[in-house]
Design a protein around this ligand. Structure first.
Ligand code: ADP
Length: 444
């Protein structure tokens, strides 16, 4: 067990901290977790288990304030890892009032987060074909918590739920009807939890009601997408049936001609599954540059004259600017363009190149504000005008914690009455004024 944990006093001598939520993101070989206050966002403990199930699995834990400590994990899969995380929190005197899980695919069924029961786990399992790498892992996380703490309420928060407001003209593909009715082939969209958070924040930062705003937000991390948000609701987005559609990403191609499958299958003998794997893992910035999926490396190599890195950057920006302009057609007008996630929050270069392409929408970079990533200008990186560009840092874990607190408390009002729940009313994540998180809670 790591130093930070060994140093923790015995559980009996520490007052139990209630009102916290455990947020879990169980991926195909990793489990990220955080114990945080759903109102203030203050973190008590967080960390990540890597190479789960493998003999060299490790668990990195950080208790605040304090340094991260890494320790080896015995092999044993999600159950072993999660019961270790739960024990470690209990040993440190923390009692979670609920566990919130990121779940990638909620199909067309889930339009909001839900308390987990058998019906919900069955539904998550039924969507595994649509997210074969993610949903089974997300479910394993839920089942591991249930096995270790059967009484702990659990909430599933879906990446797809926010986009369920898209109209059919945006979510249907022009394919035979029975592909849709029999096989659920339609556009779902992802990154919804992030979009819910950053659009709520944008309304606070602009000091305008979310239900009067027309926004395009671009979540640019390892996966990249953009969304059109009209009056607080997603009306179109770039990702589709799977997170492969749309923008150029770190290792994902984004849009390609579907004719590519037949063409390359004929020439190479590769199967659809093999081609899909290359489009997911060997394409995007990595495929174009031949060297990296990391925008920092691409930017540095492009500046040093590497022609393939320059092309990767150009294609990335071209496709992003084109998508943003396309999304505005669902809004009639644009009030703000929001950049978030790793690239969106940190790459002044990408933002500058994108804004330079979008002057016709009324956007113009403020170079100094952009270089400072909007710090000191309340997120604004554009010149003053009716259309703003903003950098808004995302916090999906806080959004998951808030949904969890809201649903756990709704289901169990006794929690608040006995003081075991959450100290203040948890802001509703739904759109509208209640969905806007007061700036004072977010340290701005
Ligand atoms: P994830 O989707 O895994 O959550 P992140 O949101 O952390 O990913 O984003 C990862 C991406 O952010 C990577 O492409 C990385 O290069 C990029 N990134 C992080 N910091 C910077 C930076 N300072 N400049 C440019 N890109 C950055």
């Amino acid at each position: 067990m790591g130093d930070a944990i060994r140093e923790a006093p015995a559980a009996s001598s520490i007052p139990t901290v209630t009102g916290q939520v455990l947020v879990l993101n169980s991926g195909s070989s990793s489990v990220k977790f955080a114990l945080l206050d759903p109102v203030t966002g203050r973190r008590r403990v967080d960390g990540e288990a890597e190479r789960v199930g493998a003999p060299d699995a490790v668990l990195r834990v950080r208790r605040y304030p304090g340094e991260a400590v890494t320790e080896a994990l015995p092999a044993g899969g999600y159950h072993a890892v999660i019961s270790k995380i739960l024990d470690l929190l209990a040993d440190a005197g923390h009692e979670a009032a609920g566990a919130g899980h990121r779940v990638v695919h909620g199909g067309a069924r889930f339009t909001d987060s839900v308390l987990v029961d058998d019906d919900v786990t069955d539904a998550i399992r039924s969507f595994s074909d649509l997210a074969p790498l993610q949903n089974p892992a997300n479910l394993a996380g839920i089942e591991a918590v249930r096995a270790a703490r059967p009484d702990l309420p659990q909430v599933a928060v879906f990446d797809t739920a926010f986009h369920q407001t898209m109209p059919p003209r945006a979510f249907r593909y022009a394919v035979p009807q029975d592909w849709y009715t029999t096989h659920q082939v339609r556009r779902y969209g992802f990154h919804g939890t992030s979009y819910r958070y950053v659009t709520g924040q944008t309304a606070v930062m602009l000091d305008r009601p979310l239900e009067q705003l027309r926004l395009v937000a671009a979540h640019l991390g390892n996966g990249c997408s953009a969304v059109a948000v009209r009056d607080g609701a997603s009306v179109d987005t770039t990702m589709g049936l799977t997170p492969l559609e749309g923008l150029v990403m770190g290792t994902r191609s984004g849009d390609v001609d579907p004719g590519l499958f037949g063409y390359l299958a004929g020439r190479t003998g590769m199967t659809a599954a093999e081609l899909t794997d290359v489009l997911n893992t060997g394409s995007g910035l990595l495929g174009l540059s031949g060297t990296s999926n990391d925008m920092r490396t691409i930017g540095a190599a492009a500046a040093a004259g590497d022609e393939r890195a320059q092309l990767a950057l150009e294609v990335f920006v071209h496709r992003l600017a084109k998508a943003i302009a396309g999304l505005v057609t669902s809004l009639d007008r644009l009030d703000a363009l929001v950049f978030t996630a790793g690239i969106g929050e940190n790459s002044a270069l990408v933002r500058r190149l994108v804004l330079a392409r979008l002057g016709f929408l009324g956007l113009a970079e403020d170079p100094e504000a952009n270089a400072r990533h909007g710090r000191g200008t309340n997120g604004r990186i554009s010149a003053p005008g009716p259309v703003q560009a903003l950098v808004v840092p995302t916090d999906e874990e806080l959004m998951i914690a808030r949904d969890t607190a809201r649903l756990v408390e709704q289901a169990n009002p006794e929690l608040s009455r006995t003081g075991r729940g959450f100290p203040l009313a948890v802001p509703s994540p739904r759109r509208g004024p209640a969905g806007q998180v007061p700036a004072r809670l977010l340290g701005q």
